[in-house]
Design a protein around this ligand. Structure first.
Ligand SMILES: Nc1ncnc2c1ncn2[C@@H]1O[C@H](COP(=O)(O)OP(=O)(O)OP(=O)(O)O)[C@@H](O)[C@H]1O
Length: 261
């Protein structure tokens, strides 16, 4: 099967303000199949967000090529939706207007049909009774749901998420993870999910990519063969513990070879 996303020998060197250069990524190679949920974990500064910017077309790699279905990514495109760590909602707009904002930005206007779609997406994330509220009347978890609905507005095939739940409390974070799995399952998205949380990565993903410290490169690519649908009982299974240990060993002690799970 043709990969949906491919990172081919990706290197990224940033030019710093002082004129020096800094290599953030070195020879990163991986593929993502259609409808696969791939999580990326690694130490701080290893280049996780850089990977995300490369796939979103906000950044062009200094080496290699990122491709979506065989086509090089050279600019941002509608088939990619992004959920950021903070949803950055416009405080003066209602929740519904925030969700349809990308269309207003793109086309200059919003049709009743667009608003209907916005309402449907807000229903999907459980916010149908908050359409006319303002962002600061919502909790952090609810605001992040608005960010997810907004990212789904243009029906992207690919969803990229940069630590989307890191600002939430532990319980809300868990709940949002399960909701995300439901949404990705229903809407058949191909997902690249960046997180600092090893257990979140194992709980949500079909595959976990583990990165080395900077310059970041892949040190492990782990298929997560835990039964689906996943729920809170998944966390208590022995396989879950084995997967998290394998990842933690890489991150805490980069010289330890992965154990078989
Ligand atoms: N625009 C930029 N200009 C210069 N250096 C940058 C730029 N963006 C990122 N970097 C550097 O590249 C490296 C990788 O950054 P990146 O944000 O991709 O890592 P990360 O793994 O997402 O980090 P964290 O987990 O701390 O969020 C870091 O050393 C960072 O300082």
């Amino acid at each position: 099967m043709k990969p949906y996303v491919s990172f081919n020998h990706i290197g990224q060197t940033y030019r710093l303000a002082n004129g020096q250069s800094m290599t953030a990524l070195r020879d990163v190679n991986f593929e993502i199949q259609r409808h696969e949920f791939v999580a990326v974990v690694g130490p701080s500064g290893c280049g996780k967000s850089t990977l995300l910017r490369l796939l979103s077309g906000l950044l062009i790699p200094t080496e290699g090529q990122v491709e979506i279905f065989g086509k090089p990514v050279t600019e941002p495109q509608d088939e990619v939706g992004i959920v950021f760590q903070k949803p950055t909602l416009l405080p003066w707009l209602s929740i519904l207007d925030n969700v349809v904002f990308p269309l207003r930005h793109k086309r200059g206007s919003v049709t009743p049909k667009d608003r209907e779609r916005g309402e449907l997406l807000l229903k999907k994330v459980g916010l149908e009774s908050f359409l006319n509220r303002k962002p600061d009347e919502l909790s952090g978890g609810m605001q992040q749901r608005v960010g997810i609905a907004r990212a789904l507005l243009l029906s992207p095939d690919i969803l990229i998420m940069d630590e989307p739940f890191s600002a939430l409390d532990a319980l809300t974070r868990e709940e949002m993870g399960f909701e995300l799995l439901k949404i990705c399952g229903e809407q058949k998205k191909t997902t690249l999910f960046i997180t600092h949380s090893i257990s979140e990565a194992v709980l949500l993903a079909d595959r976990v990519l583990v990165m080395s410290p900077r310059p970041g490169t892949l040190v492990d690519d782990i298929p997560i063969n835990l039964a689906k649908p996943r729920d809170i009982s998944t966390i208590h299974s022995p396989d879950f513990a084995a997967y998290t240990k394998r990842i933690r060993d890489h991150i805490c002690n980069p010289n330890v070879l992965p154990e078989a799970v």
